[in-house]
Design a protein around this ligand. Sequence first.
Ligand code: PLP
Length: 427
Amino acid sequence: MGQGLLSRIAATVGTPVYVYDADVIRRQYAALSAALAGVPHRVHYSVKANASLAVLRLLRGLGAAADIVSGGELARVLAAGFRGADIVFSGVGKTERELTAALAAGVGLVNLESDGEFELLRRLARGRPSPAAVGIRVNPDVTTETHPYTQTGRAGMKFGVPMDQVPALARRIAAERALVLVSVGMHIGSQIADPTPYREGAARLQELVAALRGDGINTLTSVDVGGGLGISYGCGEGMEVTRFASAVAPLARATGLPLLVEPGRFLVGNAGYLLTRVLYRKHSGGGRFVITDAGMNDLLRPSLYQAYHEITVVDAAEEAGRAEEAGGRTVASAPSASSAPVDVVGPNCESGDFLALDRALPGAGPGALLAVLGVGAYGFGMSFQYNSRPRAAEVLVDGGRYAVIRERETADDLMRGERVDPDWRDA
Ligand SMILES: *Cc1c(COP(=O)(O)O)cnc(C)c1O
């Protein structure tokens, strides 16, 4: 995206602001669709990566269906115009209220993750006019080389039903007239660049489908290979979609069943920029800090996962590098000092509040405009209001146009629903 447009958005909407490029989302969707063109498939966009209504509407327009993990996401996708039949409901801890709402909305597939959830859904589905379509999320016990917090497909984790327990659960579902087992699936993690675990997991799903059919279960209409496709964050590799497609296509061919894929990050990650203004520069005990108006509450990934995001200087400050504060003194720094590595830190009262460590950012003096790249997925969605900081605005860019798709929060938004004088009730 052009620097001129980013500067204009920062000047008119203010900072911090998330900016998404519609063309990047279209390009990613097209690349995945093209790679999977050889097998019947449906792309269910994983809403938690970026749940903004305008982004959902854009993806729906491209033909995407949706993958949700909460009742809040259900409300969002319905508001964005998705039909119930287009929705897969995943997640390890669905509540009775959420499952009731999903049944009422006619959700196309509820992926069960435990016996307890099966029992709850069976009770809720009884008495409905038609059986509720369910799948089983299997834990295929495959290892992925990603951050421990983004692994989900190994034995001993909270996600999915262990392989050896799936046939018994499938038989219980088959025996229940209020439910119909239409899918088995996996979701093995996130930010995965290597197709191998997909190939291994797909092979296990293939054996499982054969075993279920051997048990007389002939109601399957899809196999779900989940999401998790990695992207390049400027260092490190992303998933090559053609290799992903080669890893999972044999599952569709061998079973004769269409694939469901649930990408989140892959579709939106590299479409996003976080624009932030430099407030101050500071030297302290050997540390060199660039203090920005965005912090961990706006973008948590660096603090939570030590995630790397590239940062570029969109507009260098006029005064860049001229005056820097050092332990209360103002010192004139040589040009070389301003290209020495810095930590880019936020205003939150936490030492773990940073956007980047040890980066050369010449020109990042007070007033400079920075862009944090690759923040379209798990950026705004993971932002929060700690330190009573209103959440950022969001902007969508489409060609030469841009629009605010979420207004910056205000102090009133922060206090909504609170009572300064509690409305006491007798216990
Ligand atoms: C989070 C999630 C996804 C998407 O993961 P990405 O890494 O963003 O592709 C897909 N399916 C399920 C069940 C998820 O929980």
